[in-house]
Write a protein of this length. Structure first.
Length: 148
């Protein structure tokens, strides 16, 4: 298994775990009562901002740990350059990830058009961000395994 495949697997697993644990942490804090109160908007705003910050920090830490473990176990240095195949795979993964997020964004805005509660919009946006991240990692793994 190549470095890129291992990195894609670690990224995929860490994305799922970070999102899952964060949702389990935030679920009990959901405000009870009126769904249009300031507490509900505060909850969803802090949910998105904290998830973004925690996800970025956790991915950086996991990437550093992965590179250290990779170097110790294989005695190889991670590749310092990206060839044309790596760039093509990254572009395809970005395209697929972007497509998934845009579809989720349009569904979230459509939920407002059809007078759904604001929670539906926030949940759809958060879920589309999660699925976009998973799609990007899965696309990289697929193309590194199967080719372009």
């Amino acid at each position: 298994m190549t470095y890129q495949e291992k990195k894609s697997i670690v990224s995929l697993i860490s994305t799922i775990l970070i999102f899952g644990f964060y949702c389990l942490y935030m679920y009990p804090q959901f405000p009870n009562g009126d769904m249009k109160s300031a507490d509900t908007f505060h909850y969803w705003g802090s949910f998105v901002l904290n998830l973004t910050l925690i996800s970025i920090i956790a991915h950086i830490i996991i990437s550093i740990i992965f590179n250290m473990v990779f170097r110790i176990t294989t005695r190889e240095v991670e590749p310092k350059f990206a060839d044309e195949l790596d760039k093509l795979i990254d572009l395809r993964a970005f395209r697929n990830s972007f497509f998934v997020f845009i579809i989720g964004f349009l569904i979230a805005m459509g939920s407002l058009v059809f007078y759904q509660p604001l929670q539906v919009m926030f949940i759809t946006l958060i879920a589309s961000g999660f699925f976009a991240d998973v799609t990007g990692s899965a696309t990289k793994l697929y193309h590194y395994r199967r080719g372009v």
